[in-house]
Ligand binder design. Structure first.
Ligand code: AHG
Ligand code: MN
Ligand code: MN
Length: 337
């Protein structure tokens, strides 16, 4: 498809190529695009409309919610709950599965989402994003249970994110069709295709990790980072650069654009608190893993492919190591030693 085509046209065209497609999936992606455009508007206006700062509440993971965490969650629900494309929703900001109103038409999909990823950055005007994962609902289900959502990431029908940065960009992946990027033209309110079939370079000399946790890291992570920091004189024989934005969406976007490695590994501190990782499997790690793999990269916990994990809980946390293939393979081999 040509660069500049609208997201709406892109999904209608793609639907045409799929035999038996009913338009429901097209409708769902359109609902998500509407939600993301609204969120983009709120993020843009920020302080002008009083949406920054804390909400004074906590989510299920005990994290302080920002006002915008709560508002964007509502925007997402409002955009998806009434159009007959989904049978239920799950979100980082809701303890329980969201059940549709009794009179709302039911669709064939379930959506899991992180309405505002990187929300600790919102008050300092640094990029944030929305992440979503789409799976099939069990046939005929009208009140889905958590078990209905607990499918390995490999079974996602599609996944994507919207990055609210200097530009607002929608990026999505479907299992056989790779990764496409769209940029929001705010003058006429449409996402336009700007990058088709994005591929991540297999090699890189840039990594991202929160180094303040280094004293808790496991041996393989310590070894990898130490070798990078040793630069030209070390075993890697080249200098590395480091970035940490603290918004996974912005981090993944950088990796899709120029390669790199992103790590939020499990560490001794998390283990002592019985936590499997920092990032959430169902609405952060799985969707990002589908995108990364479709772009030719690798996504792993260090010990297993994230998309193969059998989820135990909607809010489960996992270690995440993703990005340029050769580099991530090296980190996996350090874990195997
Ligand atoms: P969220 O704002 O949805 O809770 O997610 C933030 C995540 C992720 O986007 C980012 O990579 C990481 O947490 C940042 O963690 P640190 O604060 O430890 O840097
Ligand atoms: Mn998040
Ligand atoms: Mn969030």
């Amino acid at each position: 498809m040509h660069i500049g085509t609208t997201l709406t046209n892109y999904i209608i065209e793609t639907q045409r190529q799929i035999q038996g497609a009913t338009g429901e999936f097209t409708g769902l992606l359109n609902d998500i695009a509407v939600a993301c455009k609204k969120i983009s508007g709120l993020v843009d206006k920020g302080d002008l409309i009083g949406v920054l700062g804390s909400a004074g509440s906590e989510n299920v993971q005990g994290e302080t919610q920002k006002k915008l965490d709560v508002i964007t969650n509502e925007v997402f629900i409002e955009a998806l709950a009434h159009n007959g494309h989904v049978a239920g929703l799950a979100s980082e900001e809701m303890d329980e599965i969201y059940q549709l109103p009794a009179d709302a038409p039911r669709g064939h999909y379930l959506v899991l989402f992180d309405p505002l990823d990187g929300s600790s950055n919102i008050d300092v005007n640094v990029s944030v994003g929305t992440i979503f994962s789409i799976i099939k609902a069990p046939e005929g289900v009208t009140r889905p249970t958590p078990e209905d959502f607990l499918k390995p990431g490999a079974r996602q029908c599609a996944a994507g994110y919207c990055l609210y940065g200097p530009s607002t960009m929608m990026v999505f992946a479907t299992p056989q069709r790779g990764v496409q990027m769209f940029t929001l033209d705010k003058d006429f309110g449409e996402f336009l295709l700007t990058h088709e079939d994005v591929k991540i370079p297999a090699d890189t000399s840039e990594f991202a990790i929160n180094a303040s946790n280094s004293r808790f890291w496991e041996e393989p992570v310590k070894r990898y980072v130490d070798e990078c920091l040793a630069g030209k004189e070390g075993p890697r024989g080249k200098d590395f650069n480091m970035r940490w934005i603290a918004s996974m969406v912005a981090e993944v976007h950088r990796i899709l654009t120029r390669g790199g490695v992103f790590m939020y590994p499990v560490d001794e501190k998390m283990k002592a608190q019985n936590q499997g990782g920092k990032l959430r499997l169902m609405y952060e790690a799985n969707p990002m893993s589908l995108i990364i793999e479709q772009a030719g990269g690798t996504s792993t916990t260090g010990r297993e492919r994230i998309l193969d994990m059998v989820p135990q809980d909607v809010h489960q946390r996992v270690p995440v190591i993703l990005g340029s293939r050769n580099e991530v393979d090296r980190i996996v081999s350090y874990h195997a030693n």
